[in-house]
Ligand binder design. Structure first.
Ligand SMILES: Nc1ncnc2c1ncn2[C@@H]1O[C@H](COP(=O)(O)OP(=O)(O)OP(=O)(O)O)[C@@H](O)[C@H]1O
Length: 424
């Protein structure tokens, strides 16, 4: 049996905290069995390494390991991705296709963000876990597959069960063994170790000398709460490595990069809109408005795709009536945009550049046109702002995606995709 130290080296896992060692030891011990494992812990704590360890140390190591991000696959296609489909099963299914359960036969499937699975998929998953049997979408033929499941989640599954978002029977089936990874703030002794490893990796990557911290900066780094955990520490280390000219980083410099509990601008707030002269604040409001519109646009695209795929399925329309109303402009939230924000928006737009604003005033008749135009002309800066707003919101909610997504006015699924896309 491999030692935890050897496993850490092989998988480039840094840290000596007893909780990390326990999680690795547990992974090594369950690996040779076929037991289902649920890896739990906040976002960014390093959950993705454990299923890889379990697969690599199991008798399944020569078969496939497939990692599936359940939060990033649209609801309409997830069954087909996992279990495959027959030709003609739905519009666009021009060919039959095997799903991951067939592909990974004899191997391991890692279901990341398992709490995001739709209830209908949960039923299929329970069946395959209990009997090894599954049915392709659009087929009636039962197929068999021997797959070991390792799942991960950063949501409170008991809460999800209470809210009828997750099946209790599936939860107990998935977490025969639970392995928890503690948040970084509870592994203080590892923080500087991780920083040094990331600093040395980025020095190599960007061909620069390695940054190092003064003693006071090390203390500040260790006292930070790191709501985004190791992922956030890695990002901060990369930013400092690239942006700072001096290779010795003191506490003051470091503080510019550490996550703070900042708050989003209150877009709808009348008080804020009347504080004339604060350009940076108004610009933030404008970006937030654009961000919201971009979110609506994405919702619209998604909805159109799904409607096309589902051939105008009435049940689907009923289930998504709020979204349909929202993107076609009948909902309360749209009304709120018109009634409360429209005036403010025009006012803000007149601030920096009158000529451009007149063009914008005309375009704002159709907010989606407007969003598209801006996106083409200022893609980079909009993307930066989007990243900034997401970071702010996540900081504000201590890395919790649900309230952050609510605040940003996007779905949790979309937020999850953006976190992955921008490696936040
Ligand atoms: N102990 C560690 N040593 C080195 N790098 C680590 C460690 N833990 C995590 N990382 C790095 O931190 C980043 C985030 O880790 P990972 O994606 O596994 O987090 P996660 O818990 O799966 O997050 P999420 O729930 O958001 O998917 C990755 O780049 C990973 O390589």
């Amino acid at each position: 049996m491999e030692s935890p130290q050897a496993v850490k080296q092989r998988f480039e896992i840094i840290g000596n905290d007893p909780s990390l060692n326990r999680a690795i030891e547990k992974s090594i011990r369950v690996a040779p069995t076929d037991i289902s494992v649920l890896v739990t812990g906040e976002s960014g704590v390093g959950k993705e390494s454990l299923p890889k360890i379990i697969h690599a140390l199991s008798h399944r190591k020569h078969a496939k390991y497939i990692a599936v991000n359940c939060g990033a696959i649209p609801e309409g296609t997830i069954d087909s991705e996992l279990f495959g489909h027959e030709k003609g099963a739905f519009t666009g299914a021009n060919q039959a296709r095997d799903g991951y359960f067939k592909e990974a036969d004899g191997g391991t499937i890692f279901l990341d963000e398992v709490g995001e699975l739709p209830l209908t998929t949960q039923v299929r998953l329970l069946r395959v876990l209990e009997t090894g049997e599954f049915i392709k979408v659009g087929s009636s033929k039962v197929q068999k597959s021997s797959v070991r499941i390792v799942a991960a989640t950063n949501v409170d599954m008991i809460e999800a069960i209470k809210n009828n978002k997750f099946r209790e029977d599936l939860y107990y089936r998935l977490n025969t063994v639970e392995i928890n990874l503690s948040p970084l703030r509870e592994r203080r002794g590892d923080i500087h170790l991780l920083f040094r490893k990331f600093a040395s990796d980025f020095a190599l990557k960007y061909k620069m000398p390695t940054i190092r911290l003064t003693d006071r900066a090390i203390k500040a780094l260790e006292n930070c709460r790191w709501p985004g955990n190791i992922r956030q520490l890695k990002n901060v280390t990369e930013q400092i490595s690239v942006l700072e000219t001096s290779r010795e980083v003191d506490e003051d410099t470091l503080n510019h990069y550490l996550p703070k509990s900042t708050s989003l601008p209150s877009v709808i707030s009348k008080e804020k809109s009347s504080s004339k002269g604060d350009f940076s604040n108004e610009r933030e409001i404008l970006y937030k408005v654009l961000f919201d519109m971009k979110g609506d646009l994405n919702d619209l695209k998604k909805l159109t795709m799904e409607l096309m795929e589902r051939d105008n399925d009435e049940k689907f329309k009923e289930d998504n009536i709020n979204l349909i109303k929202k993107v076609y402009g009948e909902s309360d939230s749209k009304k709120e945009f018109k009634d409360e924000t429209h005036e403010e928006q025009l006012e803000i737009l007149q601030f920096p550049n009158q000529k451009r604003n007149r063009e914008m005033d005309q375009k704002i008749e159709d907010p989606y046109d407007y969003a598209e135009d801006i996106e083409e002309e200022e893609t980079l800066s909009l993307q930066d702002k989007e990243v900034e707003l997401i970071k702010k919101s996540l900081d504000r909610h201590h890395g919790k995606r649900k309230p952050a997504a609510d605040e940003l006015g996007i779905s949790e699924r979309t937020l999850y995709r953006k976190i992955k896309q921008y490696d936040l």
